[in-house]
Design a protein around this ligand. Structure first.
Ligand code: HAM
Length: 419
């Protein structure tokens, strides 16, 4: 009895060759733009001590309380596959004293993350983000550069119909007062709230503002607005962010209920959504986290960043998978030609010419068919006669013209072709 084949885990995806060049092109675009803005790449481990997330992201957040892949290893350490990257990057920033070496650190990443969410289109259990984190400046021009960089990448990728939603959730002092105000406002409506919102009422009341329920949205219509709880400094900071955005002609929508689902945020928060996506329409989310480094045991250091979901970027963009076909296919007739074939292939590759040959010792007809199927521009044919007189036949597969040249001239000849 044959066994049924093992399948991938729910919520994970294989990126097959018919999609992988879209990923590579996207990564290349991101890397180029990061270079232009002066951001350096940081790579952190796939798993961290669980405290990085419980302390950094917050015990009461959905990510930490419900979605982490955590385990205790054989040595008794509590570990977690990273569900986000801001806390690990802050951990690394502290551990390696990056703040001592440079007063400003502008970092970026492209990485895989893990959250045990309910999978649907645009929402996976292993997904990928690119993102940036800037440590060292609390000034609004930093916030605006971070937002401008995100927009720059999305425009370069050809994304249209984007909306930037912007808010400030103020300093911790403002947030505490606002939290109490929201609780007081919702107290008379407590029984009308869903179970999730009732739980949030006690643990994380600001998250109720994120509700998708029309009934709860109706109740929240008259809820207090966070802007009434900003300190003077919070207000000035936000006004400057808005003015600078206007100055560089980036449109935004004020979104007073945008609190974001992670506890480290202070002041500026933002999300960019795409009309080209369905329910999971957030392309990217980010904000300022001036208290995070201190919370993880470092010196007080302001920070701001964002992360964008790569699967969602690819869903929203219409880029093609540009297959980079091989250029040369070497056709060999008879087993004696094998050493010459493999040697020639190696030489062509060392001249950066994309080359393949027949591994199955097929008939010449089958090999020519394969050369066409692979999209090769030229076939180099080596038979017993060619082997004897140290020559090859070069066939242009688009015109079927062919000519015989000596083996030692192949490299030079190839360089003269429009490959
Ligand atoms: P986040 O809002 O949790 O923020 O995630 C950022 C983006 O990652 C989302 O807008 C979405 O595009 C993508 N994303 C999140 N979860 C999934 C999923 N299950 N499947 C597919 N895509 C997903 C953060 O992670 C923060 N660390 C962002 C940040 C950086 N804030 C400051 N710096």
């Amino acid at each position: 009895m044959s066994k049924s084949p093992i399948r991938s885990v729910k919520g994970t995806q294989d990126i097959l060759p018919d999609q992988s060049t879209r990923w590579q092109d996207l990564e290349l675009t991101i890397q180029k733009i990061m270079d232009c803005y002066g951001y350096k790449e940081i790579r952190t481990p796939a798993f961290e001590h669980s405290e990085v997330f419980s302390q950094g992201v917050g015990e009461e957040t959905d990510i930490v309380s419900k979605e982490m892949y955590s385990w205790t290893d054989q040595g008794g350490d509590n570990l977690t596959l990273k569900p986000e990257l801001t806390a690990p990057v802050a951990r690394s920033f502290i551990q390696h004293n990056l703040g001592v070496q440079n007063s400003i650190n502008k970092l970026y990443y492209i990485d895989a993350l893990f959250r045990r969410e309910r999978p649907q289109k645009g929402r996976y259990r292993q997904f990928h983000q690119f993102g940036i984190e800037v440590f060292g400046s609390e000034n609004p021009e930093t916030d605006v550069e971070v937002i401008a960089l995100a927009m720059h990448v999305f425009h370069k990728l050809g994304l249209k119909e984007l909306t930037l939603q912007l808010n400030s959730i103020g300093s911790p002092e403002c947030r505490n007062n606002y939290r109490n105000a929201i609780k007081n406002f919702l107290a008379p409506h407590f029984d009308q709230l869903s179970q999730t919102s009732q739980d949030r009422y006690n643990n994380n009341p600001l998250r109720i503002l994120d509700t998708k329920s029309p009934d709860e949205k109706e109740i929240l219509k008259d809820a207090p607005n966070i802007s009434n709880y900003w300190t003077i400094d919070d207000k000035n900071h936000f006004d400057e962010v808005c003015n600078l955005l206007k100055h560089i002609k980036i449109d935004y929508q004020l979104s007073p209920s945008l609190v974001r689902g992670l506890d480290y945020y202070t002041r500026t928060t933002f999300e960019i959504t795409s009309n080209e996506l369905g329910a999971q329409n957030a392309i990217c989310g980010g904000g300022r986290y001036d208290g995070l480094v201190e919370k993880l045991g470092g010196k007080p250091t302001p920070g701001i960043g964002f992360a964008a979901g790569i699967e969602r970027l690819l869903l929203a963009s219409s880029s093609d998978n540009k297959i980079r076909n091989i250029q040369i296919y070497i056709v060999g007739i008879g087993n004696d030609v094998r050493p010459t074939m493999i040697n020639l292939a190696e030489e062509l590759r060392s001249n950066d010419i994309r080359t393949s040959f027949d591994y199955l010792r097929r008939s010449i007809k089958a090999q020519m068919r394969e050369a066409n199927k692979l999209g090769a521009q030229y076939a180099i044919i080596i038979g017993e006669d060619e082997l004897k007189d140290k020559s090859v036949i070069i066939k242009d597969l688009s015109t079927s013209n062919q000519e015989k040249i000596t083996l030692d001239l192949v490299q030079k000849y190839m360089k003269s072709l429009p490959l």
